[in-house]
Ligand binder design. Sequence first.
Ligand SMILES: NC(=O)c1ccc[n+]([C@@H]2O[C@H](COP(=O)([O-])OP(=O)(O)OC[C@H]3O[C@@H](n4cnc5c(N)ncnc54)[C@H](O)[C@@H]3O)[C@@H](O)[C@H]2O)c1
Length: 422
Amino acid sequence: MTTKAIDGDIRDISLAAEGALRIEWAEREMPVVRQIRERFAREKPLNNLRITACLHVTSETANLALALRDGGADVVLCASNPLSTQDAVAAALATEGIVTYAINGEDNDTYYKHINSALDHKPHITLDDGADLVATLHSSRTELLDGMLAGCEETTTGVIRLKSLAESGKLKYPIIAVNDADTKHYFDNRYGTGQSTLDGITRATNVLWAGKNVVVCGYGWCGKGVALRAKGMGAHTIVTEVDPIRALEAAMDGHSVMTMAEASKIGDIFVTLTGGLKAIDRAHIEVMKTGAIVANSGHFNVEIDIDALEDLSDSKRSVRPFVEEYRMLDGRTISLLGEGRLINLAAAEGHPSAVMDMSFANQALVIEYLSQTGHTLGPQVYPVPKDIDIEVGRLKLESMGITIDSLTQEQEKYLASWEVGT
Ligand SMILES: NC(=O)c1ccc[n+]([C@@H]2O[C@H](COP(=O)([O-])OP(=O)(O)OC[C@H]3O[C@@H](n4cnc5c(N)ncnc54)[C@H](O)[C@@H]3O)[C@@H](O)[C@H]2O)c1
């Protein structure tokens, strides 16, 4: 253990008591992680492992970090987004002995300074949300690569970046794509992002959803959740897509589907969830109605062309926390929420704990698996082992008091055979 010299960097240690209450509150909705934490505390499967985690520093992440610590790991945490840190939670973690580098509102330089400080911990395992740790390790901190055992990645955008690194032959250690577990993206991306994105926009603006034209850019797992929840609030939902199958799915789920060029003329609220670049670009901003509200819930703040918004406006003012109103050169106003960063984490609290329970149960079990098998894996991006995925689903169902049927031997035989036809 080599962390004694590292002190961390948080806003205010006196917030620790408030943070501890938040962590405790989240834990009530995280029975699967709690169960894993109790087992880890008994069995200590992570003894002598150094873990650096770059995650949204929230009360749910705190529960994961504590489970890893109780499993015997030496855990250091830094933020995976400058606006998502809950300062009270960071303070509580610091008092729990988890060295934390995260301050809500930190600038870009501080963000990367924190990542580098967390890497000074010389991890065996990295835990990323968006792949900024891995990207830093593979660019400016290559001296640490030799000591790496393995890593895992939480989100779609991170997995895309890692696969690209692996395809170019430059990935130096094995990573498991936790995002791709069924018990992660079916629930976290869809129901978690669905609810919390509307929560973030509502908290920031207090807007009434009923009757509004809500444009959802990208109908992936996250977009489906946001569109579904917005529709449930009485909005007229419009989906823009580039994938014909997902567009078709949106149309058959009852949403209007059109190009962004069309949607931008009629939208009242825009939410981007594409994981890509400039889903809302200059031409779209040029034709938006006055009063339009624009937000992003995809991983990086590049989905809205903020430079074009700046360029097409002559002034801006902060009208409420997380609401920047731009006065356009032609007199219209357009409001950008949360600087275009993940609005559910910037203006609300991120995903509800109950859904993070599954995502982080996957993380904890995958880290345990990697601690045993990491040295046998080559430098590629791997899926979550199916038995871990199923175990997380089973434990979650059990915690919800739901029992399901199982196949009889006769049914299993039937399903495994080709002989029986009409
Ligand atoms: N806000 C959160 O808390 C949260 C949680 C999970 C994932 N994410 C992030 O949200 C983003 C989306 O994740 P996902 O799991 O839904 O990904 P996904 O790959 O399932 O879906 C993305 C969709 O966007 C579409 N798309 C791409 N470019 C487009 C464009 N220019 N216009 C319209 N559609 C376009 C794709 O065809 C795809 O259907 C990622 O960046 C992911 O990391 C955020």
